[in-house]
Design a protein around this ligand. Structure first.
Ligand code: SAM
Length: 280
């Protein structure tokens, strides 16, 4: 390992060996156990890292490919990382491939501190829409829901029960950067049901046996909590029973159900229909 100066006002460590302890720690972030131990996660791509810094996320380490040396935008991000107290590593393609577990990795990767919003701090106002996901298992689904919540201007996501990790590499990839824009809370069903008692808006669950067509509901201006069920089992009774309405998205063909992320998108576009009306 050697140290030298780039345009960044601080020292940049050059790392080429996979045996380097810093690289080992970053590679370990592929596993939830180590993400939780380090309270950290990886995000790939220069634009994502810049967006995250602009949104006030804490960068712990910036990793960039040797080939990006001299790139002004990368050097600026390196300077911001050092100013924020983070490390900067200039690495070989081999090291980047190992860290991201991908051939042709992005030239810039950031290690950020994880951030969850405490459930007690979520006090929705009129017009706010939150999505509660019951035991979501698939990282692609979770990432896509977070991205869709961002796209429609909903407020955030509440993860209920044992769920896939929002900070896994797969989930973060699927969010396409929205992980930095969308607040995420996680909670147990009991704590969620307690919090729900104080929720002063409409709690709309979606269910294959829902009695109400989702298009027939006037969501009005009160806060909306949209509840979506687990991919295999759907909403369990204790969550379904707490909903003000159970809504069904009509289907015509042979499919049993819609994919969770697709159903969430259909619902969010309906709930946010007025808010998303084209401006003349
Ligand atoms: N086998 C599961 C069941 O019996 O509910 C299917 C779950 S589905 C893949 C995942 C979630 O997406 C459901 O729990 C529900 O929240 C939502 N969903 C999917 N298709 C739906 C539909 N046609 N109407 C209402 N909700 C739907």
């Amino acid at each position: 390992m050697s140290e030298h100066r780039t345009g960044a006002p601080g020292r940049v460590k050059e790392v080429t060996s996979l045996a380097n302890p810093l690289v080992k720690d970053i590679k370990a972030l592929a596993l939830k156990k180590f993400r939780d131990q380090q309270n950290a996660f990886l995000a790939e791509g220069l634009k994502l890292v810049i967006d995250a810094l602009d949104l006030g996320w804490t960068i712990m380490t910036l990793i960039f490919a040797k080939s990006a040396l001299g790139n002004q935008a990368v050097e600026k991000v390196a300077a911001r990382t050092v100013a924020a107290g983070g490390d900067v590593l200039e690495v070989s393609e081999k090291v980047l491939t190992a860290i991201t577990r991908r051939d042709n990795p992005q030239a810039v990767v950031g290690v950020f501190a994880q951030r969850f919003v405490p459930l007690k701090d979520i006090r929705p106002k009129d017009g706010d829409v939150w999505v509660a996901l019951d035991r979501v298992r698939d990282p692609g689904n979770l990432g896509t829901v977070i991205r869709t919540v961002d796209a429609v201007g909903a407020k955030g996501v509440i993860l209920v029960g044992d769920t896939t990790d929002p900070f896994s590499l797969e989930t973060v990839r699927a969010t396409m950067g929205s992980i930095f824009a969308v607040p995420v809370a996680k909670t147990h069903p009991e704590a969620f049901l307690e919090w729900r008692k104080g929720f002063g808006g409409i709690v709309a669950g979606t269910h294959l046996k829902g009695a109400v067509d989702y298009r027939s509901v006037d969501f009005g201006t009160r806060p909306v909590l949209l509840m979506m069920g687990n991919e295999q089992q759907g909403l369990p009774d204790n969550l379904a029973n707490t909903c003000d309405k159970l809504l069904r998205i009509p289907q015509a063909g042979r499919a049993d159900s819609l994919n969770l992320a697709v159903a969430t998108a259909v619902m969010l576009y309906e709930i946010r229909r007025d808010a998303l009306k084209l401006q003349e």
